[in-house]
Ligand binder design. Structure first.
Ligand code: NAP
Length: 341
C-alpha cells in the first residue's frame, strides 16, 4: 500500500523531504503540495502532484491520506488543528508550535480525537548513534545518569535566514531539550542560561550560549550552542553515570591523509550529519501513518520543548534559574515517561 502524502511548505526542508519521499523511500507518494508561494510549490512539487492554493484545502482533499508540515513555526498550529479535525496523520517539522498556549490547544484537540495523529520532527531520536547511546543508558549497566554534556555547533548561520539572538534558544535548543528528555527518561524542571564572551564571527549575535537544564531526577544537562563555529556541523554528547560514561562517537565525514598529515573533516551541515536519521524518521512515520496513527516524538514532546524554549528566553533576560511547569500528562501520551515513547 502506498501512502498518499500532501506536503505543506516547500522551502528548504520541504524540498528535502519531498526528495526523500519520492526518491529514497518506497512506501509513499507525494500527491499534493502547497506553499504560501504557489509558484514555488508548483516548481518543486513532483510531477503529477496537485498544487493547492491553501494548506487547509490540501488537508481536506480526499486524495491526501497523510500530511507533512514544513511551513514556518507560527503557521503550524492552524495546520495541525486542521489535520486533527480531518482525522489525518501528520508529520510536523519542529517546532510543534511557537507558544505553550498553542501547544495546549493542539494537545487538547488530539486528546479529544482520541488517537495519536501527530509526530514531531525531532530526528535525533532516529539516529543510530543516539539510539545506541540510549540503549546503553536504558540497560542501566552504568548506573544512574548524573550529567549529560550536549554540544550543538553550526558552521555558520545561513545568509538567507533572518537569524536573531533568540533563535539559538527558541529554535536550536529544542533539539537538545528533546534528546535530553528522551535519553535520560526525564523531564526538564528548570533552565539557566549563561552568555560568555561573544564570538567576533557572530557579528552582533548572542553567540555562543551555555544552557543548563535541570532535570526532575536532579541530573544536569549542559548545552553549548555555537552557531558560527566555522569548521562544520559538530554534534556531540556524553553522559556521565554512576559507574562510567557513554558518548556519541565522533562522526568524521571524511578522514584525509596527505602530505600535511592526517585530518578529519566534520559534516558540513545538519542535512549531511542526520541524513540517515531523517530517512528512518520517515520510514517509521509512513508505517504508523498507514495505520492511521503516529508514533515517535509526540505533541507532548513538542509541548515540553516549547516550555523549555520559553524558559530559556526568560532565563537569558533574568540571569536566574527559570522553572518549567508542565501540565499533567494526558494518558494518550503514556502514563510513564518510557511508555510515552
Ligand atoms: P523555509 O525554507 O523558509 O521554508 C518554509 C516554507 O513554508 C517557505 O516556502 C514559506 O513561504 C512557506 N510557508 C510559510 N508559511 C506558510 C503557510 N502558512 N502555508 C504554507 N506555506 C507557508 O524554512 P525551512 O528551513 O524549510 O524550515 C521549515 C520548518 O522546518 C521550520 O519549522 C524549521 O524550524 C524546520 N526545520 C527543521 C529542521 C530539523 O533539523 N528537523 C531543519 C530545518 C528546518 P515563504 O518563504 O514565502 O514565507
Amino acid at each position: 500500500m502506498t501512502l498518499k502524502v500532501g506536503v505543506i511548505g516547500t522551502g528548504m526542508i520541504g524540498q528535502e523531504h519531498i526528495r526523500r519521499l519520492t526518491q529514497v523511500l518506497s512506501a509513499a507518494e507525494v500527491v499534493a503540495v502547497s506553499d504560501i508561494d504557489g509558484a514555488r510549490a508548483a516548481a518543486v512539487g513532483p510531477e503529477g502532484a496537485k498544487v493547492f492554493a491553501t494548506a487547509g484545502d490540501l488537508i481536506r482533499s480526499n486524495t491526501v491520506e497523510a500530511v507533512v508540515i514544513c511551513s514556518w513555526g507560527p503557521a503550524h498550529e492552524e495546520q495541525l488543528l486542521d489535520c486533527i479535525a480531518a482525522g489525518k496523520p501528520v508529520f510536523c517539522e519542529k517546532p510543534l508550535v511557537t507558544t505553550a498556549a498553542a501547544a495546549l490547544r493542539v494537545m487538547e484537540a488530539e486528546v479529544a480525537f482520541g488517537r495519536r495523529l501527530v509526530q514531531v520532527g525531532f530526528m535525533r531520536r532516529f539516529d543510530a548513534d543516539y539510539r545506541r547511546l540510549k540503549a546503553t543508558l536504558d540497560a542501566a549497566v552504568l548506573g544512574a545518569p548524573l550529567m549529560f554534556h550536549s554540544t550543538h555547533r553550526n558552521a555558520a548561520v545561513p545568509e538567507e535566514l533572518f537569524y536573531t539572538s533568540d533563535m539559538p534558544l527558541n529554535d536550536t535548543l529544542v533539539h537538545d531539550a528533546d534528546i535530553s528528555r528522551w535519553l535520560l527518561n526525564d523531564e526538564v524542571t528548570g533552565v539557566e542560561v549563561r552568555v560568555p564572551r561573544r564570538s567576533r564571527r557572530g557579528n552582533d549575535l548572542r553567540d555562543p550560549v551555555m544552557v543548563l537544564l535541570h532535570m526532575g531526577s536532579g541530573a544536569l544537562v549542559d548545552v553549548e550552542i555555537s552557531v558560527n563555529i566555522a569548521y562544520g556541523y559538530d554534534i556531540r554528547g556524553e553522559v556521565s553515570c554512576e559507574e562510567g560514561t557513554a558518548s556519541l562517537p565522533l562522526r568524521p565525514a571524511t578522514l584525509i591523509r596527505d602530505i600535511h598529515g592526517v585530518r578529519q573533516l566534520v559534516p558540513a551541515d545538519w542535512r549531511e550529519r542526520f541524513i540517515e536519521a531523517y530517512d528512518q524518521e520517515f520510514r517509521e512515520w509512513i508505517a504508523a501513518a498507514g495505520q492511521g496513527t503516529a508514533t515517535g516524538p509526540s505533541t507532548w514532546d513538542g509541548y515540553a520543548a516549547t516550555l523549555v524554549a520559553d524558559a530559556a528566553l526568560r532565563a537569558v533576560e533574568s540571569g536566574a534559574l527559570e522553572p518549567v511547569r508542565m501540565c499533567q500528562r494526558p494518558s494518550l501520551y503514556g502514563t510513564t515517561l518510557e511508555a510515552a515513547r
